[in-house]
Write a new protein. Sequence first.
Length: 139
Amino acid sequence: MFRQATALDHEYLFAEDRDRVARNPGSAARTASPAKVQSVSMEVSPGDVYRCRENLVTREIVGETIIVPISRELADLQKAFSLNATGGFIWERLDGSTSLEVIHKAVTAHFKISKKDAWADLVELITELTQAGLIEKAQ
């Protein structure tokens, strides 16, 4: 069954999302999975490049990016992720050739937030998506 959990409950938000969430708590980036993804610190550097793993279906629905892993040709809705507009913005750039430094600059320019806040949130999202098995470091 598809239900909301809080693996991205750190309120991964930027400028345009902050006001919306203040009016509508719970609209921040969230995952749908039976258990919270345990956040473990991992080393992330500006020069790192990440790519989305294969066997994922991604759809944009009402301003959110829905990511559903596919295994044995079936969608695993228990492991689906839902990212807000900001998370989706980053997700689109995890193409296996764009560095986190370039993504960071794009986020700060597009969402008009501080470099420090953007980097902290970017690292947290990258860590959680990696631990969830949705992205990997490009070789």
